[in-house]
Write a protein that binds this ligand. Sequence first.
Ligand code: PMP
Ligand code: GLN
Length: 387
Amino acid sequence: MKPTNTLLAAQQTTIFTVMSALAAEHHAINLGQGFPDTEGPAEVVRAAAEALLDGRNQYAPLAGLPELRQAVAAVNQRFYGLKVDPDSEVVVTSGGTEALGCALAGLLDPGDEVVLFEPLYDTYLPVIRLLGAVPRLVRLEPPGWDIPREALAAAFSPRTKALLINTPMNPTGKVFTAEELDFIAGLLVRHDAYAICDEVYEYLTYDNHRHVPLITRPGMRERCIRISSAGKTFSLTGWKVGYVTAAAPLAAAVMKAHQNLLFATPQNLQRAVAQGLMMPDSYYAGLAAKMQAGRDRLAAGLARAGFAVLPCHGSYFLDADFRPLGFTGDDVAFCRVMTAEAGVTAIPVSAFYEGEAPRHYARFAFCKRPEVLDEACARLARRFGRG
Ligand code: PMP
Ligand code: GLN
């Protein structure tokens, strides 16, 4: 028999699935795969349930329900002062993942280059390569994850079609500043390139850090495909409703890919997300405050157990160096031992790198109930604590 697609055949099962299975096998507390352990807002869930009984069971329009596109335009205006035409500049997708795939497919021809920051989310490179495009990786270094500006500039070439940026960033918790984004914007203009902006954690920023969408920076309105996800915004990761905001020609390119890969996202979920997005500012502030409290609780507990915890300004995730515990193996070994012997699961950070990678960090999700985070920390202190 002829082989199936060689790129996909060579790929491992995603680390999130592998570690969740290991957590289940050991009945461990799963701080690996990033999903909240509480339901999203009851009124949003109810709206989805009611929509099923209300004739919302046939195909939705290709671009998404008008009410959701209007809601996406409204939040762009409310939070970022961005004026968006809901009819031509918004596309609803099945999750940030589909939006990313459609943005890449909509932009890239074989041989085009894409600049990305490493560490990076695990779906980016396989999709770029399936399209025959060529990734150019620029590595960010802990603890600050600052942009190496010369290396970034050097990664651009006449073949650069796009840059893919994730802010707030998984797994680093970095939130790119306006000043950093303006440096990137300068390169995009100089090289006539687009940006795909993975902003699924846009509302999850902490302390005095604020999310700035690249599309709002000077010269960027026509060059950016901005992606967000209801999964993170409403703690409903299983819903897989995403939305794209982009200038009309770019939105049209994304929609062409969407038409071929999926066509339409379930209507009932779209209606509920439209309702959710219209919730008052207090909802969004409350979500960030709750996540920030989880971050602080977990960071303190990990530090008590002996980890060296890196700063985190956004997202669901904290990275922690386990070398101070005296563990001498790599991060994959550590996450396995921690799951089996402490009953706590995390993700080895090397999974977010291609090739050579730091091998002494574990990524912990803090989007969990306080008592769950406390129990995880107690287990870690019992197994690894030095005192
Ligand atoms: N991008 C990043 C950086 C993520 O962490 C995730 C995690 N779910 C996604 C995209 C995918 O979002 P969705 O679940 O909406 O497909
Ligand atoms: N985005 C989630 C994470 O980083 C995982 C999503 C998935 O499992 N596909 O943990």
